[in-house]
Design a protein around this ligand. Sequence first.
Ligand code: NAP
Ligand code: ZN
Length: 351
Amino acid sequence: MTQAYAALAADRPLAPFTLSRRALREDDVHIDILYCGVCHSDLHTARNEWRNTLYPCVPGHEIVGRVRSVGAAVQAFKAGDVVGVGCMVDSCGHCPACAEGEEQYCAETFSGTYNGPARREEGNTGGNTYGGYAQDIVVKESFVLRIGHPENQLAAVAPLLCAGITTYSPLHHWGVGPGSKVGIVGLGGLGHMGVKIARAMGATVTLFTTSPSKAADGLRLGAHEVCLSTDREQMKAHAGSLDFILNTVAAPHKLDAYLRLLKRDGTMTLVGIPAEPHPAWSIGTLITGRRQLAGSLIGGIRETQDMLDFCARHDIVSDIEMIAMRDINTAYERMLKSDVKYRFVIDMATL
Ligand code: NAP
Ligand code: ZN
């Protein structure tokens, strides 16, 4: 049996929970979890804010662990290897998106690391998948990632598996590089990775934050400039100046304030998924600069490996605050107050 933490209903705190993982198949990797990052999506899901949660819900999709054992046909991993698991554990494998390595856009929907749908018999989970707030996990080889960072950084690597790829993928897709002027909106788990990665890609980076207390950190993490988004004059000074904006905010807010900062043909990509919709934005803001508003979902497995390798080369990890498993509910409350610097990571030895 596997010890874990689960939400049993939207209005109940997470609590200890026992589950059984599926028996190892020939292409499976059995992983003892060392660390799991705490994503805002975990909170949205545990509380059914997207109205699609299957209970019991064991969140966690920023997993770093050590391989316990592998199935007979597994080639790439062996017992003792340090590996990662992100937001997906399976997909259909044959639709055009999967064929192109963009499993996150699988036509039959990918299998989330938690909240399903399960494609395989998953132990006692009733067709659901259970994530990384647990001692161990069994994952198909093709959804397991290699970790190139040194062993003493493993806890801080965990958030790369979601926050890292969710920011790397759109920055890469929209061609951010030397000469790009990039805005990152929100300095939370995703935002602080966005700042680090955009800077490492060679862009000129401006951080937009609602928290005056985060300005110094923004610069330390790699932003060339910090703009307090609640200050009209500071916002005005950036009008029409950016090629690309990555908006990571987890709550509804006025998008026009940021769309106006784009140059002609600039794009703002949303990755935050608030529980309620954003207020309607002005078509005028879009058409007067042929501006584009876009969205992006995590990243494919191949791209996630590219991101991990990129981060290892550039010595990029997350800035973390380590917590014990029993402190998860307090961590959720702090995350709601934007009071986290800049990702909680659960030390699974405390479970
Ligand atoms: P987080 O750590 O809580 O960070 C969100 C940041 O947004 C906060 O730190 C805060 O930054 C800003 N913010 C919060 N409330 C705000 C408000 N009312 N107005 C303006 N800014 C506000 O969350 P996260 O883990 O980075 O996740 C961010 C969002 O992305 C969540 O909705 C999550 O579900 C979603 N997500 C999407 C994907 C995807 O594939 N698209 C993947 C992972 C997560 P400041 O204090 O700097 O203003
Ligand atoms: Zn996530």
